[in-house]
Design a binder for this molecule. Structure first.
Ligand code: 5GP
Length: 121
């Protein structure tokens, strides 16, 4: 899947759409999710043009990958979630219902999050 420069997170990175930033460095931007699903729900995105986790892991240079994951851990610590615990989610593709085609990791926390997936059928 080709990267779409019109996706909402590309527009956030270009400053065209406001966001509630919690952290930014050369590799990553972290901001509050617009529809939080936990008391703390922050998205961390790389600055580069990667569609999903699959694309990022396969194509990004090692420095970008290390910088991105360093930022994820730092944001979770800055939000004081490292003691109470948190969940990371990265959706890829249709079965995951990925909505925004720019790689992002959800950081969820602030309460007990229950089982990882709702069981169906
Ligand atoms: P996905 O399903 O792609 O893993 O998650 C996309 C996330 O982006 C959703 O949790 C959704 O609420 C969030 N989101 C979508 N549009 C915006 C926006 O314009 N601003 C912010 N801050 N979050 C957004």
């Amino acid at each position: 899947m080709a990267y779409d420069d019109g996706n909402i997170f590309a527009r956030i990175l270009r400053g065209e759409i406001p966001n509630k930033t919690v952290y930014e460095d050369e590799h990553a931007l972290a901001f509050h999710d617009i529809r939080p699903q936990a008391p703390v729900h922050v998205l961390v995105i790389p600055k580069g043009r990667y569609v999903s986790s699959d694309d990022f892991g396969a194509e990004a240079p090692a420095e970008a990958i290390a910088g991105f994951w360093h930022a994820v851990s730092r944001v979770a610590r800055d939000l004081r979630l490292d003691q109470s615990g948190y969940r990371l989610i990265a959706n890829h593709g249709a079965n995951s219902h990925q909505e925004v085609p720019h790689f992002h990791v959800h950081i969820l926390g602030g309460r007990s999050l229950g089982p990882m997936l709702v069981k169906r059928g």
